[in-house]
Design a protein around this ligand. Structure first.
Ligand code: ADE
Length: 231
């Protein structure tokens, strides 16, 4: 079994890379994929870069070139549900591209014309394992299961948070997850997105984000390690 692990930024993968064994680097374009072992499992780790296209490129290569059996995405996100705090964990139940808008043709916001699905569901088994690991590590009050909404936008606005909550019932927002989910849906690849909250996507987001990104990334890494131990 080979497991693909994607993070958008160096901060989000560096901790995992530091505990990998027998690392071999394979470059594709300007991307570095790291093959090796983590918690006794065969993994491929990559920093995909920021945004939906970067996420989709790496997810596609993980499937078509590295032939992974499942994909985990780890990183940070801005809280949308007001009950969720910085440092909390959100395990995605499903993901939607919140910036996909063809409402002019009568589609729902987020809906992708001529596709059967646009609320891309995560793998239930992976989700349950991740939830268990997260609760063990951080306690039930800090762990959430819910929809993650993704778009090519860093959200730092109370109005936009309200909109993401009202329209999509988003729990948190980030910039890659739904694109990775879209690719996994297309290739029928089991996947899970786990995000730790680095900011509350509000007026303070720009200040909170750099302060909390490292802590949040560490929290996310703890869960990935827990999942690998259980697979
Ligand atoms: N990732 C972390 N915080 C975010 C935010 N506020 N908006 C989009 N992506 C994020």
């Amino acid at each position: 079994m080979r497991i693909g692990i994607i993070g958008a930024m160096n901060e989000e993968i560096i901790e995992l890379k530091s505990v990998m064994n027998n690392i071999e680097e394979e470059c594709i374009g300007n991307l570095s994929f790291f093959k090796g072992e983590l918690k006794g499992k065969e993994v491929v780790l990559v920093e995909c870069g920021i945004g939906k296209v970067n996420g989709a490129i790496c997810a596609t290569f993980m499937k078509s070139h590295f032939n992974v059996d499942m994909l985990l995405f780890t990183g940070v996100a801005g809280g949308v549900n007001p009950d969720i705090n910085i440092g909390d964990i959100v395990i995605a139940t499903d993901l939607v591209e919140h910036d996909f808008d063809t409402t002019a043709f009568g589609y729902e916001l987020g809906q992708i014309p001529r596709m059967a699905e646009y609320k891309f569901k995560t793998d239930e088994t992976l989700r349950d394992i991740a939830y268990d690991c997260a609760v063990k590590a951080f306690g039930e009050a800090k762990v959430w299961k819910g929809r993650i909404v993704s778009g090519d936008q860093f959200i730092a606005s109370p109005d936009k948070i309200k909109w993401l909550k009202e329209i999509f019932d988003g729990y948190c927002t980030e910039m890659e997850g739904a694109a990775v989910a879209h690719v996994c849906y297309t290739f029928n690849l089991p996947f899970l997105v786990i995000r730790a909250i680095s900011d509350k996507a509000d007026d303070d987001a720009k200040v909170d984000y750099p302060e909390f990104v490292k802590l949040a990334a560490k929290n996310s890494k703890t869960i990935i390690e827990g999942i690998l131990e259980r697979l």
